[in-house]
Unconditional design. Structure first.
Ligand code: SF4
Length: 227
């Protein structure tokens, strides 16, 4: 499997742990605000497994966790093998996923190959395809979240507050999600690279940080663990 990128140190990507972040290529979604478009289009320098293993061996003394991100990691058949390899070095593993593959997340959890999962929830169910790409539905993300809640595995759900998500949409999402242990709202940043067809969406205004903070008390009625 190609490794499309590596961030050697991160204090923010794995709650409570110093971690490195591995990026896997390609994605089954097409979010207009994607910041990793070079991973979707093949514009990256692959890192060999030999180099990754040398890095993991050397850094065991100062990093505790490995975040496996993308792109979308769960579309890769060799993901279990990669995670087994990382676990064999003794690292904790966090998986970042768009939630499209609940069965794969279940399989990885049952094999004890993941210790923490971050799942995206991109838009109200009825409007998912406007944000994640045509034909994409949010039911799989809800199924992934439902599984994680029942599994007891630590996890969080993340929403990028993109243009088109106003107060009404944020409230809809907070209501249609089950009560989450941690719900992270990320402020929108315009991507540098995006397809022409997304020009209008990318350039539209999104809620500002202060507007999101002002919304928090209302959202907390449904999602008390909002960050
Ligand atoms: S799910 Fe993530 S990687 Fe895939 S297109 Fe959306 S933002 Fe990009």
């Amino acid at each position: 499997m190609d490794i499309a990128g590596l961030v050697k140190n991160s204090f923010v990507d794995y709650p409570g742990k110093i971690a490195c972040v591995i990026f896997l290529p390609s994605c089954n979604y097409d979010c207009f605000y994607c910041h990793n478009r070079q991973l979707l289009q093949g514009g990256y320098e692959p890192l060999s497994m030999t180099s990754l293993n040398a890095f993991l061996r050397k850094r065991k003394v100062d990093i505790e966790g490995v975040v496996v991100s993308g792109g979308e990691p769960t579309i890769h058949n060799a993901l279990s093998e990669l995670l087994t390899n990382i676990k064999n070095f003794g690292y904790s593993v966090k998986l970042d996923t768009n939630g499209s593959n609940p069965e794969k997340v279940k399989e990885l959890a049952e094999k004890a190959l993941v210790d923490y999962v971050a799942v995206d929830y991109k838009a109200p169910l009825a409007r998912y395809s406007e944000f994640a790409g045509s034909k994409i539905k949010g039911e799989n993300a809800l199924a992934t979240i439902g599984y994680l809640l029942s599994s007891g595995l630590p996890f969080e759900v993340r929403t990028t507050v993109a243009p088109g998500l106003g107060e009404r949409e944020m409230m809809e999402m907070a209501k249609e999600l089950p009560k989450l242990p941690r719900y992270v709202l990320n402020r929108y940043r315009k991507p540098e690279i995006y397809p022409d067809k997304y020009e209008n969406q990318v350039q539209s205004p999104a809620l500002t940080e202060s507007e999101i903070i002002a919304l928090k008390p209302k959202l907390k009625q449904f999602q008390p663990n909002i960050v």
